[in-house]
Design a protein around this ligand. Structure first.
Ligand SMILES: [Fe+2]
Length: 182
């Protein structure tokens, strides 16, 4: 399987935008945390998270290509088919079938909410956030409006109540706070 360092090198090569790279590292970390929660394969889930927006810059003008271009870039690389499926399913090109498909779809906007929450917090640190704080931000429709609340709430498809999903997201991102820079 494609190693983490080779995957990160690919991301850095295709995504010349530090914040977007951090977004992918955040999604990677939360996918890893969720895989552990469900007893699933942490390496495969985290790889799907790290690579999920690999083509974001290249498809910015043609969003209907988002996901397809990633599949082209990854052709011939040793990425598990189920990870590729989750990547293709996250913008809706394939139905969400597996738990990993559902997780990636719900985690994507969750990380945006958490980042915005950290930036808004007086301490500007992930470690300062708790579930109650995030829940309040979640309910403010105008806060981080780009973080689609319905998509975050699709954690219910995984059988996760919103509170637990927020907690797992925080825990996952706290594990990589150094790499994320807060
Ligand atoms: Fe994303």
């Amino acid at each position: 399987m494609l190693s983490r360092s080779d995957a990160l090198a690919l991301v850095q090569q295709h995504v010349p935008n530090r914040n977007l790279v951090k977004h992918m590292i955040a999604v990677e970390a939360v996918m890893r945390r969720l895989a552990r929660r469900f007893g699933e394969d942490e390496e495969v889930w985290s790889l799907a998270g790290l690579l999920h927006d690999l083509d974001y810059m290249e498809t910015a003008e043609a969003f209907d290509r988002h996901g397809f271009r990633t599949a082209e870039i990854l052709a011939g690389k040793d990425v598990p088919a189920e990870a590729l499926h989750a990547i293709m399913a996250h913008p809706g090109h394939l139905p969400r079938e597996s738990r990993m498909d559902q997780a990636l779809y719900a985690v994507d906007p969750l990380t945006g909410l958490i980042v915005a929450g950290a930036l808004m917090h007086p301490q500007k640190k992930l470690a300062a956030l708790d579930v109650e704080y995030l829940l309040r931000r979640f309910k403010e429709k105008r806060f981080a409006a780009g973080a689609d609340r319905g998509q975050i709430q699709s954690c219910a498809e995984l059988g996760l109540p919103l509170e637990e999903f927020l907690r797992l997201g925080l825990e996952g991102m706290n594990e990589v706070s150094g790499e994320l820079g807060f």
